[in-house]
Design a protein around this ligand. Sequence first.
Ligand SMILES: Cc1cc2nc3c(=O)[nH]c(=O)nc-3n(C[C@H](O)[C@H](O)[C@H](O)COP(=O)(O)OP(=O)(O)OC[C@H]3O[C@@H](n4cnc5c(N)ncnc54)[C@H](O)[C@@H]3O)c2cc1C
Length: 308
Amino acid sequence: MALSTALESFAEEVGGIDAGAVCVRGGATRWAVGGAPRADTREVRAPRGIVSYEPAEMTVQVGAGTSIAELHDELAAHRQVTVLEGPAGATVGGALAVGRNGLRRLRHGPMRDVLLEARYVSAEGRLIKAGGPTVKNVTGFDLCRLHVGALGTLGLLGQATLRTRPLPETMAWFGGAADHRVVLGSLYRPAAVLWDGLTTWVLLEGYGVDVEAEGLLCGRLGLGPSDGPPELPAHRWTTSPADAARFPTDHGDAGPFIAELGVGIVHASQPQPAQPPATGRHELQQRLRHEFDPTSRLNPGRDPLGRE
Ligand SMILES: Cc1cc2nc3c(=O)[nH]c(=O)nc-3n(C[C@H](O)[C@H](O)[C@H](O)COP(=O)(O)OP(=O)(O)OC[C@H]3O[C@@H](n4cnc5c(N)ncnc54)[C@H](O)[C@@H]3O)c2cc1C
């Protein structure tokens, strides 16, 4: 089925206000994020498949139900990739709706920047286009990126235009007992700098010759080739980049941890103690949700702010 027809069928399946509570099921690899859907919620599937791919423009238009693996297989033919990652079965729409950044944020920026244009079904059952299909689109508000991390509470994503980037020619991990702050300040655009209080790990990626030069610098800083960090602890803490570099000062007992330096995320063995809500954040989110979905039919029961 052509994807425009598939989008229309998707909108029909979602239905209008009278069609009751609804949410999209992707690969269900992060189904519990933000809580369980209300018991009466109907599940629908977003369209699958690649609509168009412009390697020279570094953009790809894809059905939100397409798996990230299938998308990346297609892009690999032109040595390109996107920042989306996820376990087997994870979909493009699910990754956008969950909005979780991977370890390479230090180099590639926040994952919301991957989304250039979204076609979504609104609470009224209408197909809406937000954003623009080009990388240099600068007009209007960045409404499409509101959907990143919203868990499908503002609209159900049917199709997305994504920014691609070159597949790195080389990737290499380094690790050792070097001063983590010196490492972070010395390297040019590392993909990740991680620290567990004793050991610092660095992920370098890019052209072979650049990675080799930065690798030599790593050697001078006391880091050697490594397999990368051990498995990340289960709980994700949000701190400031400054706090992450002196973790766990002021944070009580976090247990073993791995901090993403320069970013501020810390993966810790203990859950993060409840934080005082950032002023106005919850109210703003509630107002947005009410504006987009006055009858609360989109993924009811789930709270985009109620998660680690
Ligand atoms: C760089 C990076 C690295 C990551 N690494 C990992 C990793 O190593 N391991 C891991 O487990 N996760 C990882 N994640 C998170 C992972 O990408 C997402 O959690 C996953 O892709 C969710 O996809 P899914 O199809 O399984 O979503 P689901 O679990 O099916 O759905 C999750 C939520 O999104 C909603 N949703 C799904 N599709 C849509 C849609 N089309 N429109 C609106 N709402 C929708 C669902 O209703 C549900 O609330 C990573 C993310 C990034 C960005």
